[in-house]
Design a binder for this molecule. Structure first.
Ligand SMILES: NC(=O)c1ccc[n+]([C@@H]2O[C@H](COP(=O)([O-])OP(=O)(O)OC[C@H]3O[C@@H](n4cnc5c(N)ncnc54)[C@H](OP(=O)(O)O)[C@@H]3O)[C@@H](O)[C@H]2O)c1
Length: 245
């Protein structure tokens, strides 16, 4: 039977790859992101779109209303919205102002987007059988340079554990996928310099970059009945990069 799938950050990268995998099953997909034109251009067959900044409670309330009217229940909630706020300190003269901007930006983009959308939709999750899937990062285990992106992702881990305990009795599972370096996304805002790419690939045991399809396949499995007894887990899809060499 077709399921209702809500995917934040569904217009690009990992979220878009996940949307295509679920749509190929005949599922009904809702793509969320801030830029409506990006969602509309994504070209996922049959997908509906709703543009909102998911770090803003008022806009998330709008998403919840749309979902209630158009979808009713949510079978699978995929949180792919996120990114690095490393550029947010541009223009800040004072180092504390810069730190505050970057840490707040990373928290809003990676933690708050996932928390607000979950809180808005959790009562609509199909029970039994509902799925909540967060996207963290290998950075949550190893750091990310500034620390703030990694910390914002790591915050999702205990939230997922609490949610898994809360929603488990309803037959809903909650899991986190932690990718490493994934190519063909908008995450890096343009091409990655050759040396940086080589360094990131060298950290893996598989000797290659991740693809959005790698992450989408894991999300698809976690959303399947086959993964019904898997909950409160952080699944790393990063070619072993967390272990390094
Ligand atoms: N690519 C990697 O190497 C990598 C590695 C580890 C983890 N990740 C994580 O994987 C997830 C997907 O990223 P990606 O690699 O697919 O990059 P991406 O192509 O940049 O996708 C991120 C998506 O999130 C949306 N988004 C960002 N902030 C939002 C907000 N406040 N409200 C609503 N939507 C928002 C963006 O659309 P709008 O700009 O239109 O809002 C965009 O479609 C992210 O959480 C990222 O942190 C990526």
């Amino acid at each position: 039977m077709a399921r209702n799938i809500v995917i934040s950050g569904g217009g690009t990268g990992i979220g878009l790859a996940a949307a295509r995998v679920f749509a190929a099953d005949g599922d009904r997909v809702l793509l969320l992101g801030r830029r409506r034109e990006v969602l509309e251009r994504a070209g996922v067959p049959g997908a509906e779109v709703y543009a909102a900044d998911l770090a803003e409670p008022a806009q998330v309330r709008g998403v919840a209303r749309f979902v209630a009217e158009e979808f009713g229940a949510v079978d699978v909630l995929v949180h792919s919205a996120g990114g690095s706020a490393a550029d947010a300190n541009t223009g800040a003269d004072d180092p504390l102002d810069a730190a505050a901007r970057v840490w707040t930006g990373d928290f809003r983009q990676n933690t708050l987007t996932s928390v607000l959308l979950t809180e808005a939709l959790k009562d609509r999750l199909a029970d039994p059988g509902g799925r909540v899937l967060f996207i963290s990062s290998v950075a949550a285990f190893r750091g990310s340079g500034s620390g703030s992106y990694a910390a914002a992702k790591a915050a999702l881990h205990p939230y997922a554990h609490d949610l898994a305990r809360q929603l488990g009795p309803r037959g809903v599972t909650v899991n986190v996928v932690a990718p490493g370096y994934v190519e063909d996304t908008d995450f890096f805002g343009g091409p990655v310099a050759r040396e940086r790419r080589e360094r990131l690939v060298a950290e893996t045991s598989t000797g290659r970059a991740g693809t959005p399809g790698d992450v989408a396949a894991t999300l698809h499995w976690l959303a399947s009945p086959a993964a019904g007894h898997v909950t409160s887990q952080i699944i790393q899809v990063n070619g072993g990069a967390e272990r390094g060499h």
